[in-house]
Design a protein around this ligand. Structure first.
Ligand SMILES: [Zn+2]
Length: 390
């Protein structure tokens, strides 16, 4: 048996007296009572000190090194004025709860870590469904929109929809919300519920037409910035498609060589060793088409290093002219995309905002999904992502 005053210190619950504490196998059992004091009747407001009877309630508490259960001897009072009976006031226990408030708070903080509910449940001596119940009752709400708003989609497979949208504030590195799908009308409806839409000065997105339509309708004053990574990726894909097409034309031994040299083509030109440069020029001798594609990619990378929209305008226009002149069919999708997103690409040269943070959050989401074996229900999925990402 532990010393009583010692247990009181460990428990640190307001206004309780520890009567006895004992260990029963894996469980620490602490018998407690509230300090006796006069009570106010919740029905009529009259003060009373008259005890009607006692009832002992089993209450789970945060683990104190091992599973901890409190046996609370509750007093029921009698009100002389209205003759009703009521339990004494208790600051650490919700009305119909068999867990202390701080255990519930503890469970919620545990959900912040990327671990499955079953593990949290085991540690806290509750069932998984109870852990989820604590968790489902919290609701996160994004209350205002930031100066820079970034949107992206990710494959969440939650609530019967394959794709979900994630909203972040890349400037302050905060996840704002997770939305159940990526449909234009639903996004418009969501954003229209905010009175703070004028706060948004920049809207960062990948090259998704639906997101741009949403921005034009909901944030007409904001500048749309297309994320640089998504822009560059298109030119890299085009070059890679040229390499694949050229590789197919070659005899078998050379094919292998082309495959192995894949990473050399995407490596930045300044970091190539003399040996690597030789390897590349050999490839270009076999395939002049690949040499042209490689050149287009490198010129494009220098376009993306523009330090202002006015510089970028000249460079990007020049590149589009060059790319059309080169007339490589693999490049036509990205030429079209760059024409369609011309102004939004230029906008990206004037600001340091990108989708990198949002993409990072998406990676976290993937880990969470793996750890929790998929999260089927959208609200629960959203509740799990939001605290993990802040
Ligand atoms: Zn009363």
């Amino acid at each position: 048996m532990l010393k009583e005053d010692y247990t009181t210190v460990i428990l640190d619950l307001e206004g309780i007296e520890v009567k006895k504490a004992e260990q029963d196998g894996e469980e620490l059992q602490i018998y407690i009572e509230m300090e006796r004091k006069s009570q106010i009747c919740p029905c009529c407001g009259e003060e009373t000190q008259r005890i009607h009877d006692y009832r002992t309630q089993r209450v789970k508490d945060i683990p104190l090194g091992k599973k901890t259960v409190l046996y609370l001897r509750k007093r029921r009072y009698h009100c002389r004025n209205c003759r009703k009976h009521f339990y004494e006031a208790n600051p650490f226990l919700g009305r119909y709860s068999s867990m202390t408030k701080r255990l519930i708070a503890y469970i919620l903080t545990q959900f912040k870590d990327l671990k499955p509910a079953s593990e949290i449940a085991k540690e806290c001596n509750i069932s998984s469904s109870t852990a989820f119940r604590c968790f489902d009752c919290i609701s996160y709400r994004c209350r205002s929109l930031p100066h820079v708003l970034s949107i992206d989609e990710f494959k969440g497979n939650a609530g019967g929809e394959k794709y979900q949208s994630i909203l972040t504030d890349p400037k302050n590195r905060k996840v704002l919300d997770i939305l159940p799908n990526r449909y234009e009308n639903d996004l418009i409806q969501y954003f229209r519920s905010f009175s703070t839409r004028d706060n948004v000065h920049y809207f960062v997105t990948d090259m998704n037409f639906h997101f741009r339509n949403v921005a034009n309708i909901c944030f007409p004053k904001a500048k749309i910035v297309v994320d640089k990574y998504h822009v560059t990726r298109q030119a890299m894909w085009a070059m890679e498609n040229v390499r694949k097409a050229e590789q197919k034309k070659l005899p078998e031994p050379l094919r292998k060589y082309f495959k192995r040299s894949k990473s050399l083509l995407s490596k930045s030109i300044e970091r190539l060793t003399p040996d690597e440069m030789n390897k590349l020029s050999l490839m270009f001798e076999y395939s002049p088409r690949l040499a042209r594609a490689y050149h287009l990619k490198n010129v494009f990378l220098s376009v993306m290093r523009s330090s202002s929209s006015s510089e970028g305008r000249k460079k990007l226009s020049g590149w589009l002219f060059l790319a059309e002149f080169e007339n490589l069919p693999e490049f036509s999708p990205c030429i079209t995309a760059y024409r369609n997103w011309f102004q939004e690409i230029l906008n990206s040269f004037d600001v340091p905002y990108a989708n990198g943070y949002t993409e990072g959050c998406n990676n976290k989401t993937k880990v969470l999904k793996r750890v929790c074996f998929g999260v089927r229900y959208f609200d629960r999925f959203r509740n799990r992502i939001l605290p993990c990402s802040t």
